[in-house]
Design a protein around this ligand. Structure first.
Ligand SMILES: *[C@@H]1O[C@H](CO)[C@@H](O)[C@H](O)[C@H]1NC(C)=O
Ligand SMILES: *[C@@H]1O[C@H](CO)[C@@H](O)[C@H](O)[C@H]1NC(C)=O
Ligand SMILES: *[C@@H]1O[C@H](CO)[C@@H](O)[C@H](O)[C@H]1NC(C)=O
Length: 527
């Protein structure tokens, strides 16, 4: 046991032991029966990071608006109940589609879009053979349709605002940055018209410009360098400053996808004072060729640290002190991995990202997506909450913004731990919460250090409704052995933990994750 003392002489750093028993046969290696003794360092006196109270935030993909009637789904009582419970949080509306979305107010809508076609093609005419020129025109329009101008009207903006304000979320609207003038500068005329409309409605919202500008060349054959992007952000900041309502509105971006070295210049656009924050997307694996093992692989989970540190370093060099957000993130890119991103196993990536992201210094992490779009949603197409929803809800309820230091010097890869002050809305001063996961197929036991060994513990153990490896791909989750489901469209189940008396140790079942709240930890960092 090591000890360090502060001015008052209280013990600050405690080393304690974790006894982990593993039996691993997975492809990750270690096909041994191992009894592991882990030493953990736990510091209850120092806040190492402080995240935004909206740290866990969510997105709605702009593709939801490509068929505008789907926006009406946001009126669902069930979705509103589920979303409100995640407040406070940001709601980002954006994604790949955002740079192909054009605001086209109903009041000034174009006449019937088939009017450019011959009469034969209008409704009610018998089918005719496609002439070569018509085929050509349709193909061109098709490409245009896929790439360009998805029009959205006031409806999309109205629904988003009604939804976010009723749910208590802060809306961030992603503006199209691919509207370019011939000199490659951003053409703001469409954004201006959208801003005017939003201001006329007094909508409180903040803004983002462009989604993953580093992939514009691939997506649209347009290259926008960091310098130009900086000018564009300043331009938008200037437009906002001329508005009474949006003068002090947040402006976020650039949302840079996995930042490869040759495009880090985009982060330099942060030199422009227009930026409040940098955000970047991050996915661990490709949804098309990933496997269950990836979702449990500590090395895959560790890749977040590499990518995040890379971005943090760049931002520190280019625009020191600027907050860094994970602006769009999920388990697997390409829409997620069906059967994995939407099942219990996805929770390991999600909780680890929340724990590690906060520890590394991210201020906000935005989960792609709340609903719709792919298989990485929190609420599925039947509007039922998936395991990651329940995990997010517990996180909101239990975890405070102050990050404390916990580490295991044994570097055990199968147990991952993070420590925060407990959320003051749920617990009294001094309480701490341990975020944990056991990626292994054997129970792990953590012996607690003296400082928290005598504390009552509220335990929140999330497990699949089926035991063993098969259960990992279940779409249901149990909290302390009870299946989580909505009581009705307006009511969420009771989420109180199992309160256990001090026992000197806690147990982490195989393939499980969750939270332990130490009510009487008396952490000076949390008072
Ligand atoms: C910007 O776009 C609008 C709408 O498409 C167009 O009318 C205008 O001429 C463009 N501005 C410039 C400077 O190209
Ligand atoms: C956290 O704890 C580890 C292990 O004791 C130590 O190496 C590290 O410096 C600590 N970090 C901070 C920020 O206190
Ligand atoms: C914890 O409880 C044990 C036994 O009741 C006692 O000896 C010990 O001093 C307590 N430790 C702390 C830090 O309160």
């Amino acid at each position: 046991m090591k000890e360090k003392t502060d001015e008052e002489g209280a013990a600050l750093v405690i080393t304690f032991k974790v006894c982990v028993v593993f039996h691993l046969l997975g492809p990750v290696g270690l096909d041994l029966d191992l009894d592991l003794d882990l030493d953990l360092d736990l510091d209850l006196s120092t806040v190492v990071r402080r995240v935004d109270p909206r740290f866990l935030s969510v997105t709605i993909d702009a593709s939801l608006a490509s068929q505008e009637r789907f926006m009406l789904l946001l009126r669902s009582q069930r979705i509103r109940t589920l979303t409100k419970a995640l407040s406070p949080a940001f709601l980002r509306f954006g994604g790949t589609r955002q740079d192909f979305m054009v605001f086209s107010p109903q009041s000034s809508q174009q006449p019937d879009s088939t009017s450019g076609y011959p009469r034969e093609l209008r409704p009610g005419r018998p089918p005719v053979e496609l002439s070569w020129w018509l085929e050509q025109k349709l193909k061109e329009d098709w490409i245009q349709h896929q790439l360009l101008s998805v029009c959205f009207s006031e409806l999309t903006v109205d629904e988003l605002n009604s939804f976010s304000s009723c749910s208590g979320l802060d809306l961030i609207f992603g503006l199209n940055a691919l509207l370019r003038n011939t000199d490659n500068s951003w053409n703001s005329s469409n954004a201006r018209s959208l801003l005017q409309y939003c201001e006329s409605k007094q909508y409180k919202m903040s803004w983002e410009l462009g989604n993953e500008p580093n992939s514009y060349e691939k997506k649209a054959g347009i290259r926008v360098d960091g310098y130009q992007l900086g000018l564009d952000f300043s331009h938008l900041r200037k437009i906002l400053s001329e508005s009474k309502l949006y003068r002090d509105a947040g402006l976020y971006g650039p949302d840079v996808g996995q930042p490869h070295s040759h495009r880090v210049d985009l982060l330099k656009s942060g030199q422009s004072s227009a930026l409040c924050s940098d955000s970047h997307s991050c996915y661990y694996v490709n949804g098309r060729d990933t496997s269950l093992d990836d979702f449990l692989d500590p090395e895959v989970l560790d890749t977040l640290a590499v990518k995040t540190n890379e971005v943090l370093e760049k931002v520190e060099q280019e625009s020191p002190g600027k907050a860094v957000w994970l602006g769009e993130t999920s388990s697997a890119y390409g829409g997620g991995a069906l059967g994995l991103s939407d099942t219990f196993v996805s929770g390991f990536m999600w909780l680890d990202k929340l724990g590690l992201g906060a520890r590394l210094g991210l201020e906000v992490v935005m989960r792609q997506v709340l609903l719709g779009s792919g298989s990485y949603h929190l609420i599925d197409d039947n509007l039922d909450p998936l395991p990651d929803y329940w995990l997010s809800l517990l996180y909101k309820k239990l975890v405070g913004p102050e990050v404390l230091n916990v580490s295991d010097s044994g570097r055990n890869k199968r147990v991952r731990l993070y420590l925060h002050c407990a959320n003051r809305k749920s617990y009294a001063r001094g309480a701490v919460v341990l975020l944990w996961m056991n990626l292994g197929r054997k129970l792990a036991r953590i012996s607690l250090p003296d400082l928290i060994a005598n504390s009552t513990v509220d335990t929140f153990v999330l497990q699949s409704d089926q035991l063993g490896e098969e259960g990992l791909e279940s779409r249901s989750v149990q909290l302390n052995g009870v299946l989580l489901k909505m009581v009705d469209d307006k009511t969420l189940p009771d989420l109180s933990g199992a309160r256990l008396p001090a026992a000197g140790h806690v147990k982490l079942p195989a393939y499980s994750l969750g939270f332990f709240v130490f009510l009487e930890a008396r952490a000076s960092a949390c008072s």
